[in-house]
Design a protein around this ligand. Sequence first.
Ligand code: PEP
Ligand code: MN
Length: 346
Amino acid sequence: MIVSMKRYATKAEIQSVCDRILDFGYKIHAIEGEERVVIGAVGVGDVTACLESLEALPCVEKAVRISAPYKFVSKEFRTSKTVIRINGGGIEIGGDDFIVMAGPCSVESEKQIMESAHAVVKAGAKVLRGGAFKPRTSPYDFQGLEEEGLKLLRKAKQATGLAIITEIMSDRDVDLVAEYADIMQVGARNMQNFALLKTLGRCQRPVMLKRGMSSTIRELLMSAEYVVAHGNSQVILCERGIRTFETATRNTCDIVAVPVLQEMTHLPVVLDPSHATGKRSLVPALSRAAVAIGADGLILEVHPCPEKAVSDGAQSLHIDEFERMMASLKGYVKLWKESRPAPATV
Ligand code: PEP
Ligand code: MN
């Protein structure tokens, strides 16, 4: 349920409302807002009696039930968009800038990640991607450099100022990866790894949650709810294509998932044109489509020599192709800014 307090309710009044919510057996999840405080609570109890009892208090403006199964990520809970701030607030995802995250699929060597980082920052990316822990279909394929890879990402960050996004595969590695990453990437294969999602809820780093290859939008939101319900409201959602009968592309990009999600949630939504298509020639067109449809950003694969990449070479852009693509996005990003909805006031 959401309880909106009257403007300038006192601390004692807020406390009395919280006490009443707890008496009904609910848990307080979040208290937000300064002038007008909104209290979010979840649990199982007599919701009608609880809402009536709260609305009878003079300090309460409104008490309503959240009908969506995903509570705290729903628009019902918060109408204003969540903005994820990283790099000391220098980068905002979900804010007024279209954010591009780019880099190789896997961190392979110092030379490879440094070349990638220098190239992508020069072309306008704000975040460097690169997997150090790789979820591979075959156990015989390259599994990632693990901590050595994380150290190389840190070096690249120090050299370029780029923020780092990298994949986390297991709840056991959350503390280690959080030491190096600005954003923790949960891959499609782990979207419903609930132990991992709960642990990420207790971690202080923003999380980017990729849609599972056979997951519905509702399931994606329920997974995001796991992270938020366990204490971390900093979640970015990523559409990366789903599996269908079509084989011309690696996955089928559900591009309309972007505005669908934006209707359902206040969380930022980005698109991954690399995994969605599996084919570098299709990446620029899909990237432009992502801007046009109002995504908050992109995450895509770029490699100094895709022919030699240990993973996902076929979908990785060459550096010059990435530069050209970024130039071709400019006009679209200008329109994106002009048509960006004004921030909602709570
Ligand atoms: C990746 O980003 O390299 C990756 C493995 O993506 P996904 O989880 O979407 O397959
Ligand atoms: Mn990849």
